[in-house]
Write a protein that binds this ligand. Structure first.
Ligand code: PMP
Length: 361
């Protein structure tokens, strides 16, 4: 018999070399403090819209143009500056496919969101990671030192995940100026909890692209909805790469309702910020080390017991995310901040678990 390894179809070498990435999505019943989602719900206006979906909307291919115009108006941008995407993940994929090829480089301050490296590894470009210090401050000077004519794409999450650290506007401007030949993606997935943005520079700075998501504050992670704000000169390439139907009709129908209900977002963000203050004050008293966060999560240092800690939390019905394998994050666990009630349940479980397994240090 033939050797099946040589007779069955084989992927490109690059795909064979890619690492598997499977986020721990199975069995997520309990209080979900693991994926930085909204822990409560989306706006009731979105649910009302979903209940009214028509047959025609489901039968027809989705048309995103008119909803892009609504999103652009909401953000104070020109319609030509906004591209809706199937979550920011698709946006990252599209950017990697558009700008990264052999001989090119992507610069990535790390630790950061995993999908930048995942999608970059599916291209022929080289990934250059720039490690942050122990405080996880944005490694500006080290990053600038890596900029070269080969630099094609630089991804900056602001605030960053899993650290919660924010990047100063001046630092972003320095990166934009130092690499005019490279696209600088500023991923503002957690914008609502931070309140600072560079989206106002879209169209004025030719190499800036900003990403936003509806998965976090808006509570719509399941709908898969994000957007890119980009200058028109870049938008033509992005539209060439993206699938024209990647944002489905349900997501398109819901977006205007989500944007209209600003009161809901204001309420949820205020709830998270209050919960974050309560949580950090509580873990301060427990003596747990953490990094101050500008987002809806807090990175804590649990130490060598990180895996046992996550398991014991899970047994108490609280899901948290072990980030120990991220660069420079040995012993770290990330805890999503949700409503005050959900976050308090997490804090209480944490106190019990730390007693059970022994304190962090
Ligand atoms: N960017 C960052 C920094 C994130 O943390 C996440 C989600 N965890 C995403 C993008 C992905 O967002 P989406 O659900 O819109 O794909």
């Amino acid at each position: 018999m033939n050797n099946p390894a040589v007779t069955i179809p084989q992927p490109r070498d690059l795909i064979r070399r890619m690492k598997d990435y499977h986020p721990p999505l199975g069995n997520r019943s309990g209080v979900r403090l693991d994926f930085n989602e909204n822990t409560f719900a989306c706006s009731p206006k979105v649910l009302e819209t979903l209940a009214r979906i028509s047959r025609a909307e489901l039968t027809m291919y989705p048309e995103r143009g008119h909803v892009e115009r609504i999103a652009a108006a909401h953000l104070g941008l020109k319609p030509d500056h906004v591209l809706l995407t199937n979550g920011v993940d698709e946006a990252i994929h599209v950017l990697c496919q558009t700008y990264l090829d052999a001989g090119g480089e992507m610069l990535l301050p790390v630790p950061t969101y995993s999908m930048y490296a995942v999608y970059a590894s599916g291209t022929d470009a080289k990934l250059v990671e720039v490690q942050a210090d122990n405080a996880f401050r944005f490694p500006l000077e080290a990053l600038l030192a890596c900029v070269s004519p080969a630099t094609k794409l630089i991804a900056i999450a602001n605030p960053n995940s899993p650290t919660g650290q924010a990047v100063r506007r001046d630092d972003i401007l320095r990166v934009l100026n130092a690499a005019p030949h490279a696209v600088v993606l500023v991923d503002e997935a957690y914008f609502h909890f931070h309140g600072q943005s560079v989206i106002d520079l879209i169209g004025r700075v030719p190499n800036l692209i900003v990403a936003r998501t509806f998965s976090k504050a808006y509570g719509l992670a399941g709908l898969r909805l994000g957007l890119l704000a980009a200058p028109e000169e870049q938008m033509q390439w992005l539209r060439r790469v993206i699938s024209p139907y990647s944002v489905n009709s349900l997501a398109l129908a819901c977006l205007p309702a989500a944007l209209e209900d600003q009161a809901y977002i204001d309420w949820y963000v205020a709830e998270v910020l209050a919960a974050r203050d309560e949580f950090t004050a509580f873990i301060d008293r427990l003596g747990v080390r953490y990094w101050p966060s500008r987002a809806n999560f807090v990175l804590t240092y649990i130490g060598p017991q990180h895996a046992a800690f996550c398991k014991a939390m899970h047994q108490r019905g609280i899901l948290v995310r072990d980030r120990s394998a991220d660069p420079g994050c040995d012993g770290c666990v990330r805890i999503t901040i949700g409503t005050r009630e959900h976050t308090a349940a997490g804090a209480k479980a944490m106190e019990e678990v730390l007693k059970e397994i022994g304190a962090a240090e």
